[in-house]
Design a protein around this ligand. Structure first.
Ligand SMILES: [Zn+2]
Length: 344
C-alpha cells in the first residue's frame, strides 16, 4: 500500500462527500466512504446483536412496572416488554426477500444478465428489510422505555414551572426533557462509556442522509444540537421516517438506485446502537432496582455462580453493558464455574 492510499484509508468518512463522488473525483479503487475503519473504542464495544441482547436481558432481570396514563386510559408498563422487543431484534438474522417469487424460473436460463439482476435485487432488498425490521423492533422497545418513565414528566414540569401551553405531550419528547434534566444535574457521567463517540458516528451518518435525501427533522427546541439528547431526537425522527414510509427505498445502486443505499443500512445499525444506549440510561437512572422473579430466585439460591451473578448484575453494569467484558447476562451462569475449574 502506498502512502497516499494509507492516508485515504484512515481519513474520516466525512471528508469524502457524495458530491465529490458524483463529480467523479473518486475512482473505483478508492476506499469506500461508508467502510468504518477499526477504531480502538469500537473495538472494545460488543457487536450489535450482543449489545441488544444484553439490554434486553437487563430489562427482563429488572422486572419493573410503572403506570402510564394517556387519553386511552391507564396502562401498566413492564420493562420485560422492552426486553421482549430487544431480544427479537438481537435474534433477528435475516428478513428474506425473494425477488424470484413472481418471476418465471426460466428467466435466468435464457439470459444471465436477467438472472444477475434479479439476484442483486434479492440481496439488496433482503439487507434493507433486515435493517429496517431490526430498527423497528428496537424502536418498539424504546417506545416502551419512554412510557416507562412518562409518569415522571408531570413532577418535573411542576418543579421547572413549565407553562401549560409549553408542556410536551408525546412521551418521546417528555423523555428528552427528563434526560436533559438528568444530564443537567449529573453531567456526562450519567451517560454510558464512550456515549458521545457512538452518538457522533450516528449523527454524522444521519447528517449525510438528511442532506442527500432532504429528510425532514421536526420537534427540535433551540440548542437541541448541543445536548446529549440530540442523537435521541434524530432516532425519533428516523423512526417516524421509517414508520411513515418516507425512508428512501430504491433499487440497488447498480440498477439506478441511491448511491448511498448501503450507508443507509449502516445508519440504521448505528441508530439501533444509540437507541440501546439511551435505553440503558433510562433503566440505569429510572428503574427501582432488580425486582424480577428470576433475579430474586438467583439471589436467594446458594452457590458461588449465583453470588457472582448478583455481584455483577447491577445498575452500574446496565450503564456500561455495551463494553466488552467477561461477565454477560446472556452467558450461561455455570460457564464461569467451568472456566474456574479449568484453571485448577
Ligand atoms: Zn469508533
Amino acid at each position: 500500500m502506498t502512502f497516499t492510499e494509507t492516508t485515504k484509508a484512515i481519513a474520516p468518512a466525512s471528508s469524502v462527500t457524495s458530491k465529490s463522488m458524483a463529480n467523479g473525483q473518486m475512482n473505483s479503487d478508492d476506499p469506500r466512504p461508508n467502510i468504518q475503519q477499526p477504531c480502538p473504542i469500537c473495538a472494545e464495544t460488543r457487536g450489535l446483536a450482543e449489545h441488544l441482547i444484553e439490554v434486553g436481558l437487563a430489562a427482563d432481570y429488572l422486572g419493573n412496572t410503572s403506570s402510564y396514563v394517556s387519553e386511552h386510559g391507564t396502562a401498566t408498563i413492564k420493562t420485560e416488554t422492552i426486553g421482549d422487543w430487544l431480544r427479537l431484534a438481537a435474534q433477528l438474522e435475516k428478513v428474506e426477500v425473494d425477488t424470484w417469487k413472481f418471476e418465471s424460473p426460466d428467466a435466468g436460463l435464457y439470459c444471465e444478465t436477467v438472472g444477475d439482476n434479479i439476484d442483486a435485487h434479492a440481496k439488496h432488498y433482503t439487507t434493507h428489510a433486515t435493517g429496517l425490521t431490526r430498527f423497528m423492533f428496537v424502536c418498539n422497545g424504546l417506545e416502551e422505555a419512554y412510557r416507562f418513565i412518562d409518569h415522571l414528566y408531570g413532577p418535573l414540569s411542576v418543579r421547572k414551572g413549565v407553562a401549560k401551553r409549553q408542556l410536551k405531550r408525546a412521551s418521546s419528547l417528555r423523555t428528552v426533557a427528563l434526560l436533559d434534566d438528568l444530564f443537567d444535574s449529573k453531567g456526562v457521567s450519567a451517560a454510558p462509556k464512550d456515549f458521545q463517540h457512538h452518538c457522533g458516528n450516528f449523527i454524522e451518518l444521519f447528517a449525510r442522509y438528511k442532506a442527500e435525501h432532504n429528510a425532514a427533522v421536526h420537534g427540535l427546541d433551540l440548542g437541541a444540537e448541543s445536548r446529549l439528547t440530540y442523537a435521541l431526537q434524530l432516532v425519533r425522527n428516523l423512526r417516524n421516517h421509517v414508520a411513515h414510509g418516507t425512508f428512501p427505498l430504491g433499487p440497488p445502486a447498480d440498477y439506478g438506485g441511491y448511491e448511498d443505499s448501503e450507508e443507509l443500512v449502516l445508519m440504521l445499525k448505528h441508530a439501533c446502537r444509540v437507541s440501546a444506549l439511551y435505553i440503558q440510561i433510562i433503566l440505569r437512572w429510572f428503574a427501582q432496582g432488580f425486582e424480577s422473579y428470576d433475579y430474586n430466585s438467583i439471589r436467594d439460591a446458594y452457590a458461588k455462580e449465583f453470588d457472582r451473578f448478583i455481584a455483577n448484575c447491577t445498575l452500574e453494569y446496565v450503564q456500561d453493558l455495551h463494553v466488552k467484558s467477561e461477565f454477560a447476562l446472556h452467558k450461561d451462569l455455570y460457564d464461569y464455574e467451568r472456566d474456574e475449574d479449568d484453571d485448577d
